[in-house]
Design a protein around this ligand. Structure first.
Ligand code: MSK
Length: 630
């Protein structure tokens, strides 16, 4: 019998309940209370049948009122809402990517930002047809920064990154008319199409939703991931810890939260300096602990081993510990609730981006030009705040788990090299991984992604699905808050191999990996696209033939809809545990779950019963294996 124990969701919940008791003492609000106030949710909204695109309405479609005032039927309304949902997500990811490209333009020798992975920069430059010979690496970085930013508004051609996909996939996109052009253009086009008096034909709306998703996954997000690696280093396996217990009651605790690593990298850099540690000591602390929430956390965990305090629905918990001197946020997935909540404690809620400004926060504007100075100011402020703690409110749950993170595509290829006894691949291909799959030692792979959502018992879907899949010899690649759920539970501990089927367990032992591989943040789902593309090219199969599927069981954000669209459009069947507000239209729902398969060889499945969702994924993987005769 295995000695290894995961931390259970019940333990997570008991820790949260204890923190909420502190919250009640100081009059704090919580998402748990707000969910009660907001339930039941509006049925029109849930079905996607409410239209407020113009001011003649809002119009709500019912059997008695089957058309809006303009005459749009329910299928047009649901389709337009779905496309607008996608555009919001694609714009958000892609603008994050653009910020990284801008930061690349500020890189300089000895500066706050430097080129940490010059080989990767040169590789991408060659891929883009840029002359690299004899060029200073920083001149090349600036040239690539300009070219990457031009990808957002170029006047002709398609995304440069599309060439990374197998030819068959590129042909499908071309035939379906969904090759993304300039990144910003697809967002504008989506908003234009959905303006009052434009498209109401579901098929055209869904086609644009896929195209807009592709402009994110094979456009803006890929810029974000690839140039983050150039600037901050391509992740390699590194040990860290996860869950609220990573905060340290004796230290100044700084929590970084959001998505853009430009800020958090600088905070980590300064928090680790002797000058700042001495400063923290002079304020009565023993040192400084930086931990993270959401995808900013994933970014610094993968590159620096910075511990992960929690995921999306844990963001209030870090403040409720009473031991958080500063929660420093950049962009996306940040609760405005952190403002009033931090006022109940001594915590400084520091916003830093003009994109994300909130009441009750201290706004310290951060930009690439003044990064070091601003990061130092923030770290100092946190140290000075240590003395304002109220010791009677301090309680850090004693929960944390070891985790090994940092599995970029490059790291996976390298790590799995030599796992197969018969051949050690020296060319850096995915062939060893393919051999594990074709031999049946590993049955397939699931890309687990996405958020938490109070509609699902938080983290349960992620953790239960992962347990079920690894027990069936299916390896997991995870990103975003899904990855953090896994890490907090212990599924990224190498000892979690004991929970796997015999085949996957053997691979974990040989390669010395956990069964759930941390691949990064939300924008890093582009890494999963690259891995799928490489597996297809190395095997000679189409992406849709691989025994690989995508899953977002607890998703909540617009970004997740954009992700779903680009994962499906890349040829990977995608399984959702939360409905994307399309149930009000049979036409839109059937296009997404069946119709799009004719264009891109994959489609969505929505299933709220998590156990069934797992069964469906396993069945699909086995069906694909049968079709290949493996
Ligand atoms: S942070 S988009 S809650 S995964 Fe990327 Fe987590 Fe979802 Fe935000």
């Amino acid at each position: 019998m295995s000695e290894f124990k995961l931390t259970t969701v019940e333990e997570f919940e008991a820790a949260t309940a204890r923190l909420l008791e502190t919250g009640a003492k100081v009059g704090a609000d919580s998402w748990q209370m707000r969910v009660k106030n907001q339930t039941p949710h509006c049925k029109f909204g849930e079905q996607g049948v409410c239209c407020r695109i113009c001011s003649m309405g809002p119009c709500r479609i019912t059997p008695k009122a089957p058309r809006g005032i303009c005459g749009c039927d329910v299928h047009g309304i649901v389709g337009r809402n779905f496309l607008r949902f996608t555009a919001g997500g694609a714009a958000t990811h892609s603008d994050h990517g653009r910020e990284i490209c801008i930061t690349l333009g500020h890189a300089k020798e000895g500066g706050d930002y430097q080129v940490k992975d010059p080989e990767k920069l040169i590789r991408i430059a060659k891929e883009w047809g840029v002359e690299t010979e004899g060029k200073d690496i920083y001149d090349l970085a600036h040239e690539m920064s300009d070219l990457a930013q031009e990808e957002y508004g170029k006047i002709r051609g398609v995304s440069r990154w599309l060439k990374r996909a197998p030819q068959h996939t590129q042909d499908l996109w071309h035939a379906a008319g969904i090759e993304p052009r300039a990144i910003d253009r697809e967002v504008s086009c989506a908003l234009h199409m959905t303006h009052m008096g434009n498209t109401s034909k579901p098929e055209a709306l869904i086609r644009q939703a896929l195209r807009n998703g592709l402009s994110d996954g094979w456009g803006g997000s890929m810029c974000g991931t690839e140039f983050s690696d150039v600037l901050f280093g391509t992740p390699k396996p590194i040990d860290t810890e996860a869950n609220l217990g990573v905060m340290n009651a004796e230290n100044v605790n700084i929590v970084v939260h959001g998505h853009d690593p430009s800020l958090s990298e600088m905070i980590c850099e300064y928090a680790d300096s002797k000058e700042m540690i001495d400063y923290a000591k002079s304020m009565g602390a023993k040192g400084i602990t930086v931990s993270g929430v959401c995808c900013t956390s994933n970014e610094v965990a993968m590159r620096r081993g910075i511990p992960m305090a929690g995921n999306f629905l844990q963001q209030e918990n870090v403040v409720l510990t009473g031991a958080c001197e500063a929660i420093v946020v950049d962009v996306q997935c940040i609760f405005p609730a952190l403002g009033p909540l931090s006022k109940c404690f001594h915590t400084k809620f520091i916003t830093t981006s003009p994109i994300c400004q909130m009441p009750d926060s201290d706004f310290i504007e951060f930009d690439a030009g003044t990064a070091g100075e601003k990061a130092k100011q923030i770290v100092k402020l946190a140290c000075e705040n240590f003395k304002n703690r109220k010791p009677e409110l301090v309680h850090i749950p004693d929960l944390k788990h070891k985790a090994t993170v940092g599995y970029s595509v490059e790291a996976i290829v390298k790590t799995l090299d030599g796992v197969t006894n018969s051949q050690v691949d020296e060319t850096g291909t995915t062939k060893p991984l393919l051999e594990c799959i074709t031999s049946g030692v590993i049955r397939g792979a699931v890309a687990m992604v996405g958020c938490n959502n109070p509609k699902v018992r938080p983290d349960t879907a992620h953790i239960e699905l992962m347990k079920k899949l690894i027990a069936n010899d299916i390896v997991i690649i995870a990103s975003g808050c899904s990855a953090q759920a896994a890490a907090r539970a212990g599924l990224m501990d190498k000892a979690a191999k004991d929970l796997c089927g015999a085949g996957l367990k053997r691979v974990c032992e040989l390669a010395d990996i956990p069964p759930v591989l941390h691949m990064g943040s939300c924008v890093d789902i582009s890494r999963m696209l690259i891995l799928a593309a490489e597996l297809a090219k190395d095997s000679g199969l189409n992406i849709s033939q691989l025994p690989v599927v995508g899953c977002a069981p607890e998703w909540m954000s617009e970004k997740a809809v954009s992700i779903g669209n680009y994962v499906v459009a890349t040829g990977l069947d995608t399984y959702l545990g939360v409905d994307p507000y399309v149930s009000g239209s049979t036409e839109v729902a059937s296009l997404l779950t069946e119709g799009v398969r004719d264009w891109v060889e994959a489609a969505y499945t929505v299933e709220k019963d998590i156990d069934k969702l797992g069964d469906l994924m396993i069945a699909r993987i086995e069906e694909k294996r049968d079709a290949l005769g493996i």
